[in-house]
Design a protein around this ligand. Structure first.
Ligand code: ADE
Length: 225
């Protein structure tokens, strides 16, 4: 079983996406185990402080190294982890290749940033990988961590009922997925492409590939660079 430990100052913000749909099913099937850790539980007992002012001045608080180190050490003392991932906008952007790699790695620790981010010494000494979910800034790393977990967990063998369905997702072959249709075949005179009703598997596969390429050329021409 893969275990993912998420460290955050606001664990409440992230718990709900794990209680529904595919991730919930993966947890119920005991394929993955997710644990949330409130950084405040590792803070100085008296003041519960997890952040402080920046050295050198400047607005915004910085997450302190001590509680983060304590929490990570506590986890590492109990089991082996393959990566300690820090969610931050100033990092490599998540893509399907990264999700694929992480889905077969094993146990992961994910650290969610907040405020101005974490003390650089955390990034230099405790974190092994940094991931952004896109070039925009969110209030914290919790939603990005949920996005990362979803992208990873659905790829773990046994999570999706139909194993081929993750393989035919957009991006899995470096191109977008072709359009899909379902009943009714005719809706207010808008028809499903006739070929999909033909029953000719080879022709349908060829049509899907052509449509996928056409769509990719139009929307993401950079995929062919
Ligand atoms: N924290 C804030 N914004 C983020 C982003 N775009 N990706 C990852 N973590 C973040």
């Amino acid at each position: 079983m893969v275990r993912i430990d998420i460290i955050s100052v606001l664990p409440k913000l992230i718990e709900s996406p794990f209680n529904a749909s595919i991730i919930k099913r993966a947890i119920e099937k005991k394929i993955v185990e997710i644990h949330f850790h409130d950084l405040k539980d590792y803070a100085n007992k008296r003041r519960k402080q997890v952040d402080d002012y920046q050295f050198g001045g400047g607005s915004g608080m910085v997450m302190m190294i001590e509680p983060i180190k304590k929490c990570i050490d506590n986890l590492k003392n109990q089991r082996d982890y393959k990566e300690v991932i820090y969610m931050t906008p100033d990092a490599e952007i998540l893509n399907q290749k990264i999700a694929n790699k992480l889905s077969i790695k094993g146990n992961l620790i994910i650290l969610c940033g907040h405020y101005k981010g974490v003390d650089q010494r955390v990034r230099d000494n405790l974190v092994t990988m940094e991931i952004s979910i896109g070039d925009y800034v969110l209030s914290g790393g919790e939603l990005p961590a949920a996005v990362l977990c979803d992208s990873i967990i659905r790829l773990i063998p046994g999570v999706l009922g139909n194993e081929t369905s993750a393989l035919t997702d957009s991006f899995q072959d470096g191109i977008l997925a072709p359009p899909v249709y379902t009943r009714p075949a005719n809706f207010e005179n808008i028809n499903v492409p006739q070929i999909l009703l033909s029953g000719d598997k080879a022709k349908i596969d060829k049509w899907r590939e052509e449509k996928a390429i056409e769509r990719t050329k139009k929307i993401r021409p950079n995929f062919f660079n």
